[in-house]
Design a protein around this ligand. Structure first.
Ligand code: BG6
Length: 297
């Protein structure tokens, strides 16, 4: 931590501290906004514009442990989404949220905006479950918007195909009162238990959440607008390099079944995930890079 601070801290704007569970976090506090980023998973757990309420939701029951993902904030999902479809027994949503990332740089511009670059290179451990070489570069820009860009570079000799997501948890006053615009007419895979049809096309109305919701909207580059009348807030999620959007709320039974999720917390969150999943997975040739970006306004 001392070395990190010596190399990267910015007086009165960015410093490394022991976070929850003694995991290292970078705390950013500027005149524009506040954010926290854990090196574990390159996980943004907090973002708040000055004078406003936090945008990201965090579970009070989250693990903060090197062997577990953090529940809430923005988990970085790579190189597969959900349970792995082939290959050896592997963690849900890939390994990127379970490994320790390195800091490449922390910089503050004249206007106060802080830009953090984190990197992760695949290694012997990851090769045991995913036999490819890649370098991930994750840039987080903390200003009056939060911009998160995940760059994947194929540093190996063979092409690979990967899935990814910036699995953003938004805090809401009551998920039963919110609506999400931007996915009207888009076809999605319904992963909620008991879904009557696996492939559904969204009608012309904004999405409302009335039961367990787990939908993978395919072939969409649209931005989404999250309306939360209970907190008089509208959040816009813009994206680049992403063809999939996932909308998730566990509702009552699934929330109760998750050890790192409070029984009543499902009312306070919704995930709108900027992603490339399934048919929208990315094929990357040796030496090629792919960039996916989510901007929260
Ligand atoms: C969502 C998936 O993205 O993440 C859900 O669509 C899943 O199916 C949820 O339950 C949470 O996953 P995890 O691994 O963080 O519990």
């Amino acid at each position: 931590m001392k070395d990190l601070n010596q190399q990267f801290a910015i007086p009165s704007a960015a410093q490394f501290l022991p976070g929850e569970g003694n995991l290292t976090k970078l705390e950013i506090r500027t005149t524009i906004a506040a954010a926290d980023i854990y090196l574990h998973g390159a996980h943004v757990t907090h973002y708040q514009r000055r004078g406003e309420q936090p945008i990201l939701w965090m579970s009070k029951r989250s693990w903060f442990d090197v062997s577990e993902p953090i529940r809430g904030g923005v988990p970085v999902i790579f190189p597969w989404f959900g349970p792995r479809k082939d290959g050896p027994k592997s963690p849900n949503h890939g390994f990127a949220r379970l490994v320790s990332w390195e800091i490449e740089s922390v910089k503050q511009a004249n206007d106060g905006v802080v830009t953090v670059v984190l990197t992760f290179r695949t290694n012997e451990q990851t090769r045991l479950i995913w036999p490819y070489d890649a370098e991930l570069r994750y840039t987080v820009v903390v200003g009056s918007t939060l911009v998160m860009s995940l760059e994947v570079r194929n540093t190996g000799q063979s092409a690979f195909r990967f899935e990814e997501a910036l699995h953003t948890y938004f805090t809401v006053s009551d998920v039963r009162q919110i609506s999400i615009r931007g996915l009207e007419g888009v076809t999605y895979f319904d992963k909620a238990p008991g879904a009557s049809s696996l492939r559904v096309t969204q009608d012309g109305q904004p999405i409302t959440i009335v039961s367990e919701t787990d939908r993978v909207y395919m072939a969409t580059r649209s931005r989404c607008v999250l309306e939360d009348p209970g907190s008089s807030r509208r959040t816009v999620i813009e994206k680049d390099g992403s063809d999939t959007t996932v909308v998730w709320n566990p509702w009552i039974a699934k929330a109760a079944a998750m050890p790192d999720f409070g029984n009543d917390e499902w009312t306070q969150m919704v995930c709108i995930e900027t992603a490339n999943v399934g048919d929208n997975a990315v094929e990357l040739a040796p030496g090629a890079t792919h960039l996916m970006r989510a901007t929260l306004k």
